[in-house]
Design a protein around this ligand. Structure first.
Ligand code: NAP
Ligand code: F7E
Length: 346
């Protein structure tokens, strides 16, 4: 008998890779999709097309983490073995603009899901998409599962609630519920308003002569960036462990946004030189003297997370999970994808 998985956030970056992985493993996959006025299924389109090999293995259900009766119905209807709760208002800067909605989805949404599990009596394992943003103003370098949290945005504070309610329901009701504390993971499917993809798309456009300047905010913040397809494999492994537990998934490397920009241009044999300071700093192409990067303070956040670097030793030891794609290769994958993709449309 095939195992049944239910994925919230299936139309997102991680949801789409996870759906692919689970279908390849022979699972029947149910996904929760939001009604939207414009098409929001581009990332899973290839899995849902008619005559697809997964045609009778993938099912989509309208739903929303703000609607608990709907979650109850979906659980009763699908009776999953594994739930992956990936749905979220996932943009940190946007969470400062819509803090209450971010809490509704990213915090209360999780308790709605866990309570639906309790009420329906469905016996499913539960994966929660926790985040390195919980570490915020970091209390320790590198960060591990025991590093104290210090969230620095409405997004991170909401995710902190979810982290703890997962642990509480595990202890109180013996539910197999685990947190994956995932550090930033990127890909050619990353949303275009996150910094890595914003850079890869715009560098490709600059090289193709379609745009002049890439405007960014804080280019000195440091992130631990990995490759998303490897991280969804880690999510699956977290739910295959003997006991529910919490795991960091990361690369144990950290790089600045500035380095991401420099490495992206290097893919086209272009070197960036920096001139000026603060909001007046500019990135200039050494070959032509053209300004291609500038600072726009509208992208600064009221509180910033300066440095993230995760120690994934526990996941390596207990799950046999390790990241394979490191920084330079990740940049190359994203930039080359965007360059080829944009060029095709010309
Ligand atoms: P993403 O691309 O932004 O996808 C988010 C998904 O959530 C989309 O499918 C979105 O649907 C759905 N969603 C948003 N609000 C919803 C609601 N009210 N009800 C139901 N669905 C809703 O995010 P991602 O990068 O794949 O990340 C997946 C999860 O991991 C998120 O919870 C994120 O916070 C967390 N996380 C991400 C990272 C990372 O580096 N990527 C690291 C740590 C944790 P639409 O397509 O309709 O918008
Ligand atoms: O920002 C700086 C920005 O939005 C990274 C989400 O998936 O990962 C993600 O959150 C850094 C920050 O990701 C721009 O200030 C500069 O320091 O790509 P980001 P994030 O905030 O780290 C975590 C783990 C999650 O859980 C989240 O869901 O880049 N930055 N200039 C910029 N960021 C953006 N977005 N746009 C800029 O123009």
């Amino acid at each position: 008998m095939s195992k049944i998985a239910l994925i919230s956030g299936i139309t997102g970056q991680d949801g789409s890779y996870l759906a692919e992985l689970l279908l390849q493993k022979g699972y029947v996959v149910h996904g929760i999709v939001r009604r939207s006025s414009s098409f929001n299924r581009a990332r899973i389109d290839h899995l849902t097309k008619d005559k697809n090999i997964y045609q009778h293995k993938l099912f989509l259900h309208y739903g929303d983490l703000t609607d608990s009766s709907n979650l109850n119905r979906i659980l009763e209807k699908t009776n999953p073995d594994e739930i992956y709760n990936l749905a979220a208002q996932s943009h940190v800067q946007v969470s400062f603009e819509i803090p209450e909605y971010s809490a509704e989805v990213d915090a209360v949404g999780t308790i709605r899901f866990l309570d639906a599990l309790r009420e329906t009596g469905v016996k499913s394992k539960f994966y929660q998409a926790s985040t390195s943003e919980l570490y915020g103003k970091v209390q320790e370098i590198p960060q591990t599962e025991t590093t104290p949290f210090y969230p620095r945005s409405p997004y991170a504070v909401a995710k902190l609630y979810s982290y703890w309610i997962v642990r509480n329901y595990r202890e109180a009701y013996n539910i197999f519920a685990s947190n994956g504390i995932l550090f930033n993971h990127e890909s050619e499917r990353r949303g275009k308003s996150f910094v890595t993809r914003k850079i890869s798309v715009n560098v490709a456009k600059i090289i193709l002569g379609l745009t002049d300047i890439l405007y960014l905010g804080n280019i000195d913040s440091k992130r631990d960036w990995g490759y998303a397809p490897e991280y969804v494999e880690g999510m699956w492994r977290i739910l295959q462990a003997k006991e529910p537990n919490d795991f960091v998934l990361s690369t144990n490397e950290t790089h600045t946004v500035r380095e991401f920009i420099e490495e992206s241009f290097k893919c086209f044999n272009e070197e960036i030189v920096w001139e000026g300071i603060g909001i007046h700093e500019k990135g200039i192409l050494k070959s032509s003297g053209k300004v291609v990067v500038a600072i726009n303070p509208m992208y600064f956040r009221p509180t910033e997370v300066d440095i993230l670097i995760g120690d994934y030793s526990k996941a390596k030891k207990k799950l046999g999970w390790e990241p394979k794609t490191k920084f330079k290769e990740l940049v190359k994958i994203m930039v080359q994808y965007d360059y080829n993709n944009i060029k095709k449309t010309l």
